[in-house]
Write a protein that binds this ligand. Structure first.
Ligand code: FAD
Length: 517
């Protein structure tokens, strides 16, 4: 039986005594569950919706040090910002090592329309290279005007002087999230999606577990745990108040919207950083999953389970893109849009401008011993997990092994190599795009996936996209996908990049899921 069998995991929640119960199956919670299980702690993870259904599937997909934090570090001589950059660059190198199938280097270009800007960007990115040190993945350099236009032929030409290229990482956030959960399960954690925490159980004033509602079967389950970790991202305050109704708010979520385009803006696979918007933001235009995504906005917003982009945000993004592209993209080119909530920590000095908040994480041990980990970014999930677990182990006097996640490969890393796609294509007669997609999404487990449903292996779910039917069978059996949206939005990413294609594929996915149940 797969370690990701939901019924068996749910039974474990009911029957076992855990050392650590993690609430929230996004990047942060999944990272903590893996770290805890790898240290030998009896670990459970519950997620109210699907794994990665919150912020962690809605990011810009960059594994990055944060070029704009560096700008602030330099212009305000701010050591804290510089430390954030270094920390994230070290994590970037770690993630490339533990998940080479899911994370890859991405060349990013920054256009310059004046000599002053070109010098400013070049100096900043030289410092970025220096901050990365041995964790660097490629050196930044000047680009001539011709090189800049080769990377992005649609850029506005008038006044363009050239630009600068630098390297960051890119990944598939939801697949990384599901892989973290599956890796935690393989290490012994009990993991359950659609399991909502409604309250806490106490003994002598100490939180010793949580009341969990199975959102599929409707059953109430009391989970017993010596320590409970709140990793609910934008919902951290809601869960803190379940433990302590008087807890002062800690979070100040901000909504970020992306648009997906059917466009070949970047024929050589580079990303574009738009360095300046009138409200002081940077925007990214990145090739991703055969599509181009552009974002993001930054609007203070309440915690809501499915945030939606507003028309004003979509208009804002089109307006900004219109400044940089000639001809500008039109609404007809847009294939999809989505929004996510940054789990930012409130900073009273930020004066309501969330673009100025520091994306740093914070660990709180609250009333009854509830541990809350809040803030941070995808890139630093592993570090956040390590620091949280160090605290949990020390406070509870747990007998645990040291953290091993810096070197521990995620599922699929073993058996992955640069030429896996070619091997898969040859061995299974797969088209190049399908083989490349399988190699990157599943790494060394792609062979096993293909062996699960050999007859269906080659059938595409949507014309022009590399997703195949065998993945639905795999998602149901090995990745705890329960609904068509789990499959189309998070195990595959079709719903994020092409809403119409996802809707057209829905009946077939439903059929395959029903057969797999
Ligand atoms: P979430 O992913 O939101 O997970 C919290 C989970 O808790 C949710 O799934 C929710 O359902 C669950 N939950 C809530 N209440 C309960 C309950 N009562 N019981 C059980 N479960 C519950 N970072 C980067 O490094 N690179 C980027 O390019 C990047 N781009 C971004 C772009 C945007 C627009 C946004 C919004 C963020 C971006 N980030 C990026 C930041 C990054 O995505 C987040 O920091 C990270 O995903 C947060 O993960 P999390 O697990 O803390 O929160």
């Amino acid at each position: 039986m797969s370690a990701m069998d939901r019924a068996a995991n749910l039974a474990r929640l009911r029957d076992e005594d855990f050392d650590v119960l993690v609430i929230g199956g996004g990047a942060t919670g999944a990272g903590i569950a893996l770290d805890a299980a790898a240290r030998g702690l009896r670990t459970a993870l519950v997620e109210a919706g699907d794994f990665a259904s919150g912020t962690s599937s809605r990011s810009t997909k960059l594994v990055h040090g944060g070029v704009r934090y560096l700008e602030r570090a330099v212009t305000h001589l701010d050591r804290a910002q510089f430390r954030l950059v270094r920390e994230a660059l070290a994590e970037r190198a770690t993630l490339l090592g533990i998940a080479p199938h899911l994370v890859h280097p991405l060349r990013t270009v920054v256009p310059a329309y004046s000599l002053r800007d070109a010098i400013f960007y070049r100096t900043g990115l030289w410092m970025y290279d220096r901050a990365a040190g041995a964790a660097g993945i490629g050196r930044s350099r000047y680009l001539s005007r011709a090189e800049m236009l080769r990377a992005f032929p649609g850029l506005r030409r008038k006044g363009l002087r050239g630009g600068v290229a630098y390297y960051d990482g890119q990944f598939d956030d939801a697949r990384m999230n599901v892989t973290l959960v599956a890796s935690a399960a393989a290490a012994g954690a009990a993991v359950v999606n659609y399991a909502y925490v409604t309250g806490f159980a106490r003994s002598d004033g100490h939180i010793r577990g949580a009341a969990v509602r199975d959102m599929i079967g409707g059953e109430a389950v009391d989970v017993r745990a010596r320590c409970v970790v709140n990793a609910t991202g934008p919902f951290a305050d809601t869960v803190r108040r379940m433990a302590d109704p008087a807890a002062r708010p800690m979070m100040k979520p901000s909504r970020g919207t992306h648009l997906a385009f059917d466009a070949d803006w970047a024929p050589h696979g580079d990303a574009l950083l738009i360095p300046r918007t009138p409200d002081g933001r940077v925007l990214f235009v990145t090739p991703w999953e055969g599509s181009v995504i552009a974002g993001t906005t930054d609007e203070p917003a309440p915690a809501a389970s499915t945030p939606h982009p507003t028309e004003a945000e979509i208009d804002y993004l089109f307006e900004q893109l219109g400044h940089w592209f000639d001809p500008p993209p039109g609404r007809d080119d847009m294939r999809s849009s989505w929004a996510g909530l940054r789990p930012l920590i409130a900073d009273p000095e930020a004066g309501g401008n969330t673009a100025k908040l520091v994306r740093e994480h914070h660990i709180e041990v609250g009333k009854g011993g509830l541990v809350t980990i809040a803030g941070g970014k995808w890139t630093t999930y592993r570090l956040m997990a390590e620091e949280t677990l160090d605290r949990v182990v020390a406070d509870n006097d747990f007998d645990a092994r040291p953290c091993s996640t810096r070197e521990r490969p995620l599922l699929g890393a073993e058996g992955y190599s640069e030429d896996l796609a070619v091997t898969l294509a040859e061995r299974h007669g797969l088209p190049g795009d399908v083989a490349a997609h399988l190699a990157h999404a599943y790494g060394g487990r792609a062979e096993e996936l293909l062996s699960l449903a050999p007859a269906a292996a080659n059938a595409r779910l949507a014309e022009g996209h590399p997703y195949i039917e065998a993945e639905v069978v795999w998602a149901a059996g090995r990745e705890m996908a329960l609904t068509t949206e789990d499959v189309l939005a998070r195990r595959l990413r079709l719903a994020f990049i092409d809403r119409d294609a996802a809707n057209a594929a829905r009946p077939r996915v439903e059929e395959l899921l029903a057969n797999a149940r």
